[in-house]
Design a protein around this ligand. Structure first.
Ligand SMILES: Nc1nc2c(c(=O)[nH]1)N[C@H]1C(S)=C(S)[C@@H](COP(=O)(O)OP(=O)(O)OC[C@H]3O[C@@H](n4cnc5c(=O)[nH]c(N)nc54)[C@H](O)[C@@H]3O)O[C@H]1N2
Ligand SMILES: Nc1nc2c(c(=O)[nH]1)N[C@H]1C(S)=C(S)[C@@H](COP(=O)(O)OP(=O)(O)OC[C@H]3O[C@@H](n4cnc5c(=O)[nH]c(N)nc54)[C@H](O)[C@@H]3O)O[C@H]1N2
Ligand code: SF4
Ligand SMILES: [Mo]
Length: 873
């Protein structure tokens, strides 16, 4: 509870683009109490598992506290001078295009604004790109082609008014959980139907009426069929078509295809078209299954074409809705964070726009050509064309495609600066200069969520050490490079006001993004506000007047045709590799992996593979597999499941050199991009999968951090320390020496049981009589009660060496409900023993699923599997 006298601060969750409001109350012990803000229009008090666990991630143990040069701690003066001097001398010698910034959709708008102003206005290059290139670029390109600007037409409220929600390439249940809860609430209130279009069966399918497991990359073929059917069934809105051009060409192109590329049956396609065409109030939500594709922009336009042809846009309860990934992915688009945009949705290629921005900034120059997009930028770094690089709030050595090559490029760069909150990331370890940034709970600014709502982020905790907010670090460097006046900011409020004023100029050019109405607003008290906010208009939906942002005010239907993914499967690489997210981890895990609760959901990197493929490859259920692509290889745990189709495999994107070095999945992803947006095809690489012939498998728990060195390892935190999965290709001669090195326990007291073979051993270490670490090894994948053991040393340890829980402590199994720590085994036995028939009944009996609700789809799945099993018996 909020401590007496402690001030509660209203802020925003720093994870996904739903943009939930949070109430933050600092605790006497330095911790933070985090609640959902009941008054925030995105979540009305709800939080998902990640938001609920935010309080567990604000510790300072892992934080970078002081600037470093070459690994040595230095003063801010020295670090900032070095950065400014090196950038200035590189520019003097090699020109402005020899430097680059690579930034992030998690930066606050004010940070982003300063970075963009520094690069585009003062350094005079457009070489600033962002991880949003890997995320939202195809949507931006699709929106601009169709609407003339990057405008999200609808709002979250449209979901509540919809009769049909189509999720295309979106695992909303895991990636935008609070929005998914809003979809489910609509379903309960008005019977809204849900269709999921995804090659893989996901948690979002559990509540769905229809799941179309289309061929990877074939969305254009599906929506082209839909467009042809819309016409054939007389569903075109002829009046609305008057607000558009390009219908005939788009239709002709659509008709040239028959939908076979989707791999779906005629009956499935017909059923989909009937639902879609027959339901006026349809919202099509799309995300990375659409964007992260070599035909991503075309996929976006194929969807927009159908909404434009039926006039289902700009009206309550219908429209296309691209859900943004990062908390400020939308703000980054507004502020011009991409290499081919100017601030406030102004166009870099437009001379009038450039002149206006230049005058407003009193800038020496504004480049007239787009800068390098992410993949090209790191190519240029690798080739030595970029000689000074500043990476802010992103971890490209893990998250970029062809990640080993990107890692090598950064390593080889003459001068790399990294701003991060921790030194323990794959990218930060490569920096020449490392700058400590304040984290979300320590800084002030604004973010924009998926439905254009701008919310304040407010500081609730002091920044540890000498960490400083990103905008301030950037402004310091700008001043040191000689532009005192332009970067003389004292507060984020000042930056926001300047930005809002610039947007007024954009508004006068007829651009959509205009928040000039907020110039005089009290920044500290700013309430969640949906843009635009100007004398011309406020909030609401766009396009209800049928007017768009092309010069003729008409929208464009864009003729598109299906193209398969660029990488082709072949006998050497017979599987299609899909990648994405899990429920409780955020990207490269630098924050979510600090929470024992979140880490318990899926504690290891894995590869989903179909049972038939696993059988054919001789892969058993707990086996490790080696995954090879033309770019790189990985070792992952096999998860045999028919959620993926034969010939396809899926792996999460989260694990890193810090958490599981053999599982950096982007090392396997080819750096092919969409020709229009430059967005990488992160979901359609080709790989081979083989069973890993490990000599030994291990499981370790320790009260302290471990330093594993095996061919395969994955570590995660537990309530009382760390746990790790291990496997090696050669059996060590001396298990005791191995274990002492792993645990860094040279002298602790040892109890050990060594099995008959070299590959079997159980070792437990004590200090002062207290159990501090244990290692279990076996020549086959081992079945120990991991979740029980992970509670060490909280638990009595008499049965530790047996690897089983004592009779009176049942093994809860893998944790499903992270809020209340309820495991699969506990739920299964309650379902069976108490005859629970619904997710609600499980909630009443065990509390599972009753807080954030993120695990409700998995609970439903578990119930269904028990019911199926019972039906079969
Ligand atoms: N828990 C969690 N939530 C997050 C994040 C996180 O890291 N963790 N990250 C946030 C960010 S930045 C983003 S961008 C969003 C992403 O949110 P989502 O896009 O929902 O997440 P992904 O898992 O990347 O991909 C979505 C789905 O696309 C499917 N897919 C793959 N290929 C195709 C295809 O060709 N067609 C179609 N139709 N589908 C395909 C995949 O099987 C996958 O289920 O999530 C945000 N929310
Ligand atoms: N294979 C595959 N690859 C993908 C994707 C995929 O689906 N599949 N998805 C792509 C997408 S959509 C995205 S958005 C990217 C995400 O990929 P990244 O952006 O690389 O991942 P994050 O872990 O979010 O990195 C954020 C970094 O910022 C640091 N940080 C946290 N707070 C602050 C702060 O306040 N200031 C500063 N300066 N640093 C801070 C964190 O410690 C962390 O190192 O991954 C992309 N890569
Ligand atoms: S849905 Fe979850 S991760 Fe996304 S903003 Fe809300 S609480 Fe944060
Ligand atoms: Mo993203």
């Amino acid at each position: 509870m909020a401590g007496a006298g402690r001030k509660t601060v209203r802020s925003t969750c720093p994870y996904c683009g739903v943009g939930c409001g949070v109430l933050l109350t600092p605790q006497p012990d330095g911790g933070l109490d985090v609640r959902g803000d009941p008054d925030h229009p995105a979540n009305f008090g709800r939080l998902c598992s990640k938001g609920s666990a935010l309080g567990e991630t604000v510790g300072t143990g892992h934080r970078l506290l002081t600037p470093r040069i070459g690994g040595r701690e230095v003063s801010w003066e020295s670090a900032l001078d070095t950065v400014a001097e090196r950038f200035a001398s590189t520019i003097a010698e090699h020109g402005p295009d020899s430097v680059a910034f690579y930034v992030s959709g998690q930066l606050l708008t004010e940070d982003y604004y300063v970075a963009n102003k520094l690069m585009k206005g003062f350094i005079g290059s457009a070489n600033i790109d962002t991880n949003s290139r890997l995320c939202m670029a195809s949507t931006v390109a699709g929106h601009k082609r169709a609407f003339g600007t990057d405008t999200v037409p609808g709002t979250y409220e449209d979901i509540e008014d919809a009769d049909l929600v189509v999720l295309v390439g979106s695992n909303l249940a895991w990636c935008h959980p609070v929005l998914y809860q809003r979809v489910l609430a609509a379903r309960k209130a008005r019977g809204t139907r849900i269709i999921v279009v995804d090659p893989r069966r996901t948690a979002s399918c559990d509540g769905a009426d229809m799941h179309l497991a289309l061929e990877p990359g074939s969305d254009v073929a599906l929506f082209n069929r839909l467009l042809a059917e819309i016409d054939a069934r007389g569903a075109v809105d002829a009046d609305f078509l008057g607000n558009t051009t390009g219908f005939d060409a788009a239709l002709e192109q659509a008709r040239a295809e028959d939908g076979t590329a989707t791999g779906l049956s005629e009956a499935q396609i017909a059923a989909f078209c009937t639902e879609w065409i027959g339901t006026e109030k349809t919202v099509t939500i799309f995300s990375q299954g659409v964007n992260q594709s070599s035909s991503g922009s075309d996929k976006v336009n194929a969807i927009l074409n159908c909404h434009l042809a039926t006039g289902r846009i700009g009206k309550p309860g219908c429209g296309p809705l691209s859900v943004t990934g990062q908390p400020n992915a939308m703000g980054g688009r507004e502020v011009g964070g991409l290499a081919n945009m100017l601030a406030c949705h102004l166009d870099l290629e437009n001379a009038d726009h450039r002149a206006a921005v230049r005058e407003f900034w009193a800038a020496p120059t504004v480049p007239d050509a787009p800068g390098l997009k992410a993949v090209d930028m790191f190519d240029a770094v690798g080739e030595g064309r970029i000689k000074a690089l500043w990476i802010i709030h992103t971890n490209p050595a893990v998250s970029m495609p062809d990640a080993d090559r990107v890692r090598d490029a950064i390593t080889g760069c003459d001068f790399t600066v990294v701003s991060d909150i921790t030194a323990e990331t794959d990218t930060a370890r490569l920096a020449d200069v490392l700058l400590p940034a304040s984290a979300w709970a320590e800084k002030d600014g604004t973010v924009t969520n998926s439905d254009r709502t701008i919310s304040r982020q407010r500081a609730a905790l002091p920044a540890p050490g000498s960490a400083r907010p990103d905008w301030e670090i950037l402004a310091e460097v700008g001043r040191r490079m000689g532009w005192q006046g332009a970067f003389d900011y004292q507060s984020p409020a000042e930056i926001f006001r300047e930005y809002a004023a610039l947007s007024g100029i954009a508004g006068s050019f007829g651009r959509d993004f205009d928040i000039s109405g907020l110039v005089g607003e009290d920044y500290d008290a700013l309430q969640p506000t949906r843009w635009p906010v100007s004398a011309r208009r406020e909030g609401g939906r766009f396009f209800s007047d049928g007017r768009f942002f092309h010069a003729d005010q008409k929208a464009r239907l864009v003729p598109v045709s299906w193209r398969p993914p660029v990488a082709k499967t072949a006998p050497r690489y017979p599987f299609r590799l899909n990648t994405g997210r899990t429920r409780d981890q955020w990207h490269t895990m630098t924050r979510t992996a600090l929470s024992a609760r979140l880490s318990a959901h899926l504690a290891e990197p894995f590869l989903e593979i179909h049972p038939a493929d696993a059988f054919a490859k001789g892969i058993g259920s707990a086996d490790l597999v080696r995954v090879d692509s033309p770019q790189g290889s990985a070792i992952l745990r096999a998860r045999i499941t028919d959620a993926v189709r034969p010939g396809q495999v899926f792996a999460p994107m989260h694990w890193t050199g810090e958490t599981a070095p053999s599982a950096r999945i982007d090392a396997l992803v080819a750096a092919v991009t969409d020709p229009v947006s430059g967005q990488p095809e992160s979901k359609a690489s080709v790989v081979n999968v083989t069973r890993l012939n490990a000599a030994w498998y291990g499981f370790a728990v320790s009260a302290r951090p471990m330093t594993p060195k095996a061919a395969y390892w994955a570590r995660s935190v537990t309530r009382s320390g760390q746990r790790a999965e291990l496997a090696g290709l050669d059996t060590p001669q001396d298990w005791e020496a191995e274990a002492r090195a792993l645990f860094d326990l040279p002298t602790a007291e040892l109890t050990s049981v060594t099995g008959p073979g070299q590959g079997n051993a159980r070792l437990a270490f004590r200090e002062n009589g207290q159990l501090v670490a244990a290692l279990f090894v076996s020549s086959t994948p081992i079945a120990v009660m991991r979740d029980y053991l992970a509670t060490l040393p909280d638990q009595p340890d008499q049965s530790l060496l047996s690897g089983r829980s004592p009779a009176d402590v049942p093994d809860p199994g893998p944790i499903l409900c992270s809020c209340f720590g309820v495991g699969v085994n506990t739920i299964l036995s309650a379902i069976e023993a108490d005859g629970l028939l619904s997710v609600e009944a499980i909630g009443v009996a065990l509390q599972a699923g009753t807080n954030c609700g993120s695990c409700r789809p998995e609970l439903a799945d578990l119930l269904a599997s028990v019911q199926q099993k019972e039906a079969a018996e």
